[in-house]
Every structure is written in structure tokens, then in C-alpha cells.
Design a protein around this ligand. Structure first.
Ligand SMILES: Cc1ncc(COP(=O)(O)O)c(C=O)c1O
Length: 519
């Protein structure tokens, strides 16, 4: 296929139609065209070239870089047992390669649109990760002054930050105005008035996008569903025209965009496409009245939790027969690929001819992180076997909070699967008589019955001293950690190729009392 590109309107091919074919792209830039159009077409052309180059590599591309090598779980080229030995457990470990792979694949798939990926900082806000994404070209979706502070501390550009959240404080609004964020995503008319007043006192103007609540069922957990009428988020569709009219009359407000976000961990493309199709006519109408520059469609792309480990292998994605291994998965398709998502959202978005912002969090970092934890004790009670590990619900609260599933695998396999038996295993022998599995509860040391990571889970035999990896812990993991039971926050490490580094020290007992005032 030969694609000649001289302007964004020529970008009419679908990314999925090119993914397995050799592509030759001829880029012609209009020399006498300067200003925004020239910049846009140059950026598109570069993105197309990057995409085309990656097309050749895509066959090797997979969803995360956690693999067994000779029975030892590796993150990229680093043996995770070494990282745990060096930094102790519980320990979050992230793969920089996985994060960048996700970012670049999403960025490449979106080439037909003028777009900006604003990473949702709330998913994982360690500065090392923000720095990685900032260098890759990402903007940021922030929900607090603290997140803006982090982005700036990581070298991020405030002009690529959108500021969301239903309860922004005066201090946060002033800070975001001073830093000149790209947009305030406004969640209510009361907030709009407050921002107008504060901008007025500072003799500045606030760029705003109203968050539309499209009243769509995203078919996800009720705690992370945000786009239906019952949720506290956004402004109802029928109130939107009036809200924009009011905004247009305000002296210190610049209308710059429209925003929505329907929820998190959404594993089907349809709710995204439905929400966009529902809101697009309103966006088009608003664009004809106000200087709308962008439409942000939020984040929410779901990741793989149930078959997390196996989904790291390309075969898992390519072969629909092994795609759903567990009975539960077979009943409903749980995997949404980047290309399925983009193919579904492209048609309604293209027609808008607006800059499209995306706010993915979980997709970029979720499968890129594991929580390493060591088994302290084995306890038998009646028929039950408990493995009591050194991580607790204070370190990773998702199972306790949402009953969410995290796959748990041993860092050291007692049995090395043959390459045929596991898409991710590599070589090795089988130790006779050690192939049995057992049902076990993996629980933490916190004084709550809700402090568990797995209940009645079928696993290879678990023994005291074993090192386990709780998969898909890169998003909404550390950021939701607490000091409950006066447990110090865990450490975090980042792997890049064959190197690894500590990116957050483990808290100490002294840290626990440091900020308390002595009486
Ligand atoms: C406004 C907004 N944008 C983006 C996100 C990121 O969602 P996800 O991590 O599911 O992509 C959230 C998450 O709650 C959100 O509230």
C-alpha cells in the first residue's frame, strides 16, 4: 500500500488495515504553509512514519514484559527475585518498556486524528513514571493541585495539562491559573462561577471545558462508573447548552473544549462509541457557537486482570481460542485491544474535525506493574489453607474495595513449563510429582477479614518464604496505599531493559510519626 500524505485530511486509512501489511508512505509537506496547519501536518506525518516503522515491529509487540526465563519471573531483562532481594518486600515493580509500548501503540493508532494523550495521573503518580510519559510526548489529566505539582516536578508541561475533579479548591484553582493549564474541566455550574470569580480576582482568564454526563451505562463496577445520571460527575446533557451560554457571558472564562469520561475498566468498545455518538451532535453544535478547540473523550480503557500473565504473549491476543481460558472469561469477552477501541471511536470523532484528547490511566500503567510480596506463614484451618503474605490491603486495596481479581504467580517456578504448554514459558524440565495445584487464600497481615488478595484460588503449591507477584498492579495500586495498621508505605522500583532502580524508598517507622505534633 502506498499512502501519499500532504495534509491531515489525507489520513484516511484505518490503522488496523495496515497492521499486518508492508506499507510505504510518501510524505509531501506543503512548503508555503506555515502556522498551525503546517505544524499539524508535520506532526501527523511524523506520527505516520513512526506508526509505519512500528508496523513491522508490531508482530513482536505484546501487552507486558513480564516473562519466565528458566523458571524465574523476569520484568524485561531483570530477574524479579534480585529486585526483591535488593529492596525488600512488599515492593511495586514497574516496567518502563511496557508503559512506553502502550503509550506509543495508542499514539500510533490515533494517527488519523489530531490528538493528545493526557495520561491520568491518578492511576500512578510516581514522578519517574510521569517523566517517562512526558518525554514520550504525553500531556496529563490531573485532579488536584498535588497532581499538578507532581507533573511540574517531573518536568511536565502545564500547557498540556487538563484539570478535572468535582471539588476543586480555591488554592488549586489559583495554582492552575498561575501555571496556565490547558483547560479546567468543569463539573458543575457552581464550579464554573467559582472559577470565573477567582480568575477575575487574579485578572486572568480561565480556559474551560464543560464535562458532559452522557448518561451511558459503561458496564463496569458501580464504584468506577461515572457517566450515568446517578453519578456525581459532569453536567447532564440537557443542561449543557445553558451551561455554555452562561460560560460565554462570564468575563473571565474562555470556552475551549468539551469533555466527558464514562468510567473505568471498560472492556467493550461499544459504550465508548455509544457515548461519543450521543454527545457528538452537541459538540458539533457547540463548535458552531463557541471557539471550541478540543473534545476530550476521557479514559476508561480496561485491561486484563484474569489472564493477566498470559496476555503478555502475542499468541494470547492473536488466538481467540486461548484468549479466554477460564470459564468466567469464556462467558464474556474481557479483552479490549487498542485497535478495537480505536476502530470503534474513529468514525464519529473524525467528522468533528476537532483536536481529540484522551485520558487513559489504567491502560498505560496497569499491566506494567506487579506487587511483589513474600509468604510469611502458612496456616491450615479446617479444610482451608491460608498463605499469609507481607503485603496487605493497605498496600493494594483493589481486592478489598472492589472484590477485584488479580492474578498471582510465583516468582520462582518449581516446575518449568515446556514452551508448548505455556505461551510465556521458556524451555526447562518438569520436576516429577510436583505438578499439583491446591486451593489457597492469599491474605495479608492487616486486622480485617477484607484483607485478602485471593480467595480459594487454585495455585501451584505455596510455601512459607515463597516470593509471589501480584500481577496488573501498576494502576490504582500504590496511589491508593495507606498507613492503615501503622504499616509503612511500600517501596517502588522501575525496570528498564536490564537495569532497575528504586523510585520510592520504603517508609520507616520514624516516617509514620514524623508529621505528628508532639503534645
Ligand atoms: C476524568 C477522568 N479521566 C480519566 C480517568 C482515567 O481512567 P482510566 O484509568 O480508567 O483510564 C479517570 C478515572 O477515574 C477520570 O475520572
Amino acid at each position: 500500500m502506498l499512502a501519499t500524505v500532504s495534509h491531515r485530511r489525507d489520513l484516511s486509512f484505518s490503522p488496523s488495515s495496515t497492521q499486518n501489511h508492508p506499507v510505504l508512505i510518501c510524505v509531501t509537506l506543503e512548503k508555503d504553509c506555515f502556522g498551525e496547519d503546517a505544524e499539524t501536518s508535520t506532526r501527523d506525518a511524523c506520527a505516520i512514519l513512526r506508526f509505519a516503522l512500528r508496523g513491522a515491529k508490531r508482530l513482536e509487540s505484546c501487552v507486558h514484559f513480564f516473562r519466565y526465563r528458566y523458571g524465574q519471573l523476569h520484568c524485561e531483562d531483570v530477574d524479579l527475585a534480585r529486585v526483591a532481594d535488593k529492596f525488600g518486600t512488599p515492593l511495586y515493580v514497574y516496567s518502563a518498556g511496557t508503559i512506553l509500548d502502550h503509550y506509543t501503540r495508542l499514539d500510533a493508532a490515533l494517527v488519523p486524528l489530531d490528538h493528545l494523550i493526557c495520561y491520568a495521573v491518578k492511576a500512578n503518580s510516581n514522578r519517574a513514571i510521569l517523566k517517562l510519559l512526558s518525554h514520550a510526548g504525553a500531556g496529563f489529566d490531573i485532579v488536584s493541585g498535588g497532581e499538578l505539582y507532581r507533573v511540574l516536578a517531573a518536568g511536565g508541561d502545564p500547557a498540556r495539562c487538563t484539570f478535572a475533579g468535582v471539588g476543586k479548591s480555591r488554592q488549586e484553582i489559583e495554582y492552575a491559573l498561575d501555571q496556565r493549564v490547558y483547560s479546567f474541566n468543569v463539573e458543575s455550574e457552581a464550579e464554573l462561577e467559582y472559577i470565573d470569580r477567582i480568575a477575575g480576582t487574579k485578572h486572568s482568564r480561565a480556559p474551560v471545558a464543560m464535562r458532559v454526563n452522557p448518561d451511558i451505562d459503561p458496564r463496569t463496577h458501580e464504584y468506577i462508573s461515572t457517566g450515568s445520571r446517578e453519578n456525581k460527575f459532569g453536567i447532564a446533557l440537557d443542561r449543557i447548552p445553558a451551561a455554555y451560554e452562561r460560560a460565554a457571558e462570564m468575563r473571565n472564562i474562555d470556552i475551549v473544549g468539551v469533555q466527558m469520561h464514562i468510567g473505568s475498566q471498560i472492556t467493550e468498545a461499544a459504550p465508548f462509541a455509544d457515548a461519543i455518538t450521543k454527545v457528538a451532535p452537541i459538540v458539533r453544535d457547540l463548535k458552531s457557537r463557541y471557539p471550541i478547540r478540543f473534545f476530550s473523550i476521557g479514559g476508561g480503557l480496561g485491561i486484563i486482570y484474569e489472564s493477566s500473565f498470559e496476555s503478555g504473549a502475542r499468541e494470547w491476543w492473536d488466538d481467540t481460542t486461548i484468549r479466554s481460558k477460564s470459564k468466567r472469561d469464556r462467558e464474556r469477552k474481557i479483552a479490549l485491544s487498542i485497535h478495537e477501541y480505536v476502530d470503534a471511536i474513529l468514525p464519529p470523532l473524525r467528522e468533528l474535525k476537532l483536536r481529540i484528547l484522551l485520558e487513559p490511566g489504567r491502560l498505560l500503567v496497569g499491566n506494567a506493574g506487579v506487587l511483589l510480596t513474600r509468604v510469611r506463614y502458612i496456616k491450615h484451618s479446617g479444610e482451608k489453607k491460608f498463605a499469609i503474605v507481607d503485603a496487605g490491603m493497605n498496600d493494594l486495596i483493589r481486592p478489598a474495595l472492589y472484590h477485584s481479581y488479580h492474578e498471582i504467580v510465583p516468582v520462582e517456578q518449581r516446575i518449568w513449563p515446556s514452551p508448548q504448554s505455556s505461551p510465556s514459558g521458556r524451555g526447562g524440565r518438569e520436576a516429577p510429582g510436583e505438578g499439583k495445584t491446591e486451593n489457597v487464600d492469599i491474605v495479608g497481615p492487616v486486622c480485617e477479614s477484607g484483607d485478602f488478595f485471593a480467595l480459594d484460588r487454585e495455585m501451584p503449591e505455596v510455601r512459607a518464604g515463597d516470593l509471589l507477584a501480584i500481577m496488573s498492579a501498576g494502576a490504582y495500586g500504590f496511589v491508593m496505599a495507606s498507613n492503615y495498621n501503622s504499616r509503612p508505605l511500600p517501596a517502588e522500583a522501575l525496570v528498564r531493559g536490564d537495569r532497575f532502580a528504586l523510585i520510592r524508598k520504603r517508609q520507616t517507622w520514624q516516617d509514620l510519626v514524623r508529621d505528628e505534633v508532639k503534645t
